[in-house]
Design a binder for this molecule. Structure first.
Ligand code: MRU
Length: 332
């Protein structure tokens, strides 16, 4: 993501890894469409892009109420979107919609996310014993954040520290965030890793190839229940069944303190076409019905650690997470 003051440039994640194509966005509605259509995706990156969408609206004289509304409606599950928009809304109210102040607030959200990722990476990596095997799901790297990544940031740092013997990442059907985006990032970093099918969890943990499942999050409830890419809960259950551990890595902007548990988290359902084929080529017979919820909720009881930029929360998570919230300058 590149901010130019009067436009936002996004790397089109739909085209990776085959093409590195950058597009300029100049208004809030087109940024909202880019979020909805997964040009930019991953919870923290969605929040940062939405903040820049508001900065663009102010810069180009759009009515701000409409800009907030269109961005709020772009995707429902990642709470970072609403967190970033609420923060921008406070700045809009206090500054009377001043374009300079809104741009500065969006840049601050962007920079703070990178700082948070570096802090989480150091904290998470220190929990991993030398010689470990790790498995990750979806894409949680630089593409999904302001830089470095959450779960992939921990893997990146743990690799640099020489702690990792084996790295596996799933395909992440139907949109292939793992085989397209995580594979692309790991290759650029020079980290040797193996792509595995989404259903490999029991095999990998059962054979002792993997010690940790390390994932990001789209929304974490106050008790630690965690919404993340569909398949995460299945992998966490496999980890628990075979003696593996589960680490969730997410900034405090991903924690929804208003939600006591994960039951009420809205789960985005996307078009059936995403499941009926792969990369635009259809393989299911005609008239096949598909159901495509794209996130699931991993119950807190299956999670061993939640790593935020303010520390490592341990079960039962409610107390540790609430204490971290108190350390924030913002309480949104
Ligand atoms: O549908 P996506 O690609 O936006 O889903 C992304 C995920 O589920 C990630 O694991 C999550 O947003 C954390 S990204 C640091």
């Amino acid at each position: 993501m590149r901010w130019h003051g009067d436009s936002l440039e996004l790397l089109d994640q739909r085209r990776l890894p085959h093409e590195e194509s950058w597009t300029h966005y100049r208004d809030s509605a087109s940024v909202a469409t880019a979020i909805r259509e997964l040009v930019v995706r991953g919870a923290p990156a969605i929040g940062v892009a939405a903040a820049y969408g508001i900065a663009l609206a102010a810069r180009h004289g759009e009515p701000l109420d409409a800009a907030f509304a269109v961005l709020r409606a772009s995707r429902p599950t990642a709470v970072n979107l609403f967190w970033a928009l609420d923060r921008m809304h406070r700045v809009a109210r206090e500054s009377g919609g001043d374009a300079e102040q809104l741009a500065a607030a969006a840049v601050a959200i962007d920079r703070e996310d990178l700082v948070a990722n570096l802090s989480m990476a150091a904290l998470g990596a220190s929990e991993i014993a030398a010689g470990s095997g790790v498995l990750t799901h979806c894409n949680t790297g630089a593409l999904a954040t302001a830089g470095h990544g959450t779960a992939l940031g921990v893997i990146r740092t743990a690799w640099q520290q020489g702690r990792l013997a084996r790295v596996y990442h799933t395909e992440t059907r139907p949109w292939l965030q793992g085989s397209r985006l995580t594979a692309w990032e790991l290759k650029r970093e020079g980290i040797p890793a193996h792509l595995v099918a989404d259903g490999s969890g029991a095999f990998l943990f059962g054979r002792g190839l993997v010690d940790w499942l390390i994932v990001g999050a789209d929304r974490i409830a106050a008790n630690g229940d965690t919404a993340n890419k569909i398949g995460t809960a299945t992998l966490a259950a496999a980890a628990r069944s075979f003696g593996g551990k589960v680490m969730v890595v997410a900034p405090l902007s991903t924690i929804d303190f208003e939600m006591a548990n994960g039951d009420a988290i809205e789960i985005e359902e996307r078009h059936a076409d995403e499941l009926l084929g792969v990369s635009g080529s259809r393989h299911a017979p005609e008239d096949t019905m598909a159901f495509n919820p794209v996130f699931d909720v991993t119950p807190a009881r299956l999670i061993d650690l939640i790593v935020t930029e303010r520390g490592v929360a341990r079960p039962p998570f409610t107390q540790d997470l609430a204490a971290m919230r108190e350390l924030c300058t913002w309480k949104g």
